[in-house]
Write a protein that binds this ligand. Structure first.
Ligand SMILES: Cc1ncc(COP(=O)(O)O)c(C=O)c1O
Length: 341
């Protein structure tokens, strides 16, 4: 069983069915179809605010193009040192911003704090003739450590960015998992905390390949259409991307999928806790479990067919176990049998 990533799961049947339906007939290209036309309203209803939405195919494109809309080439983006944008995107944000600086910050459990941002003011004084200008902060929700920023954490960061006139980006590749974990509304987790732009992920939670860049401030969205085209991310048959996002939102599929994944991750956590074979490293706020597992037990699990990543950056013998919407209780019981041998 693959516990390595939520990208190992296929797509929800509802999304496959929606694609088949979207295949009917000849429709407008490059966003001239009904699915694409409906997206702004669908997301505006969910976020309780008029938003401007652009579908793209990957999370890296969503993050990089969103950050490029917020950050000039001489700007500086503060982010966590193990954030996807800094650690896993091969310099795409630097490329698409035409050279902006990503300034990594170490932070407990994947989170950065306003105090850390404040401490950096001395090193990056605004208006200094020699240093990049602080312009942007990026947070990941769910974080790369499987933890969630609480609403208070986000509000504190948002207060800080607003006061300092910085833009705030959220990488929400696992937005639904964080939302279910916190039990709050999409509005509370974003623009009510002064988030300017959200990379709203769907791929990991049921889509084939679909992410939405959501602007809460239309002015900041002005250059996005151009950036998307120049980077080769405007799909001619955009209906297939938009149809995935629509089906993802229909009948709360996104929330139900995330609820299932989170519940399975929590059951996995309990099994590990009770087994005495590992120590959970961070709070399990969504669908990812970071835990030590002793080497012999890791070997047993791998021999029994469980696949997972070693994450040495997070500590000795630390592994990452990720659950997805298609994980069943049977999968979890199989894991329990092997770990308790
Ligand atoms: C936190 C985070 N952001 C963004 C992404 C999106 O990556 P991709 O470009 O592979 O879709 C991922 C995928 O692993 C991720 O974990």
């Amino acid at each position: 069983m693959k516990l390595a990533s939520d990208n190992t799961a296929g797509a929800s049947l509802e999304i496959l069915a929606a694609l088949s339906k979207a295949n009917e007939g000849n429709v407008g290209s490059y966003g001239g179809d009904d699915h694409s036309h409906r997206l702004n309203q669908r997301f505006s209803d969910i976020f309780e605010k008029d938003v401007v939405v652009f579908p793209v195919v990957t999370g890296t494109a969503a993050n990089s193009l969103a950050l490029a809309s917020l950050t000039p080439p001489h700007g500086c983006i503060f982010c966590h040192e193990l954030s996807h944008i800094y650690h896993d995107e091969y310099g795409a944000p630097e490329f698409f911003t035409n050279g902006a600086r990503l300034q990594p910050i170490s932070g407990e459990s994947g989170r950065i704090t306003p105090d850390q941002l404040k401490a950096l003011e001395v090193r990056f004084p605004p208006g200094d003739a020699h240093r990049v200008s602080p312009t942007t902060v990026s947070v990941t929700q769910l974080t790369e450590y499987g933890t969630a920023y609480s609403l208070d954490d986000l509000a504190a960061i948002g207060d800080y960015t607003k006061k300092q006139k910085l833009s705030l980006h959220m990488d929400g590749a696992r937005f639904a998992n964080a939302l279910i974990g916190l039990g709050c509304t999409p509005a509370e987790m974003t623009w009510k905390c002064n988030v300017d732009v959200l990379s709203f992920g769907a791929t990991k939670n049921g889509a084939i390949a679909a992410e939405a860049v959501i602007f809460f401030n239309p002015v900041q969205a002005e250059s996005f259409a151009i950036r998307r085209k120049r980077s080769g991310h405007l799909l001619s048959k955009l209906r297939f991307l938009s149809a995935q996002l629509e089906a993802y939102l229909d009948n709360d599929l996104w929330l139900n999928n995330a609820r299932q994944a989170n519940q399975m991750a929590n059951e996995l956590k309990t099994i590990i806790d009770n087994s005495g074979k590992g120590t959970i490293q961070f709070s399990v706020d969504g669908n990812m479990v970071f835990t030590t597992i002793n080497k012999d037990c890791q070997t047993d699990l791998r021999q029994a067919g469980f696949e997972f990543y070693d994450i040495p950056e997070y500590g000795k013998n630390v592994v990452r176990l990720v659950r997805s919407f298609n994980t069943t209780t049977q999968d979890i019981s199989d894991f329990a049998v092997v770990i308790n041998r």
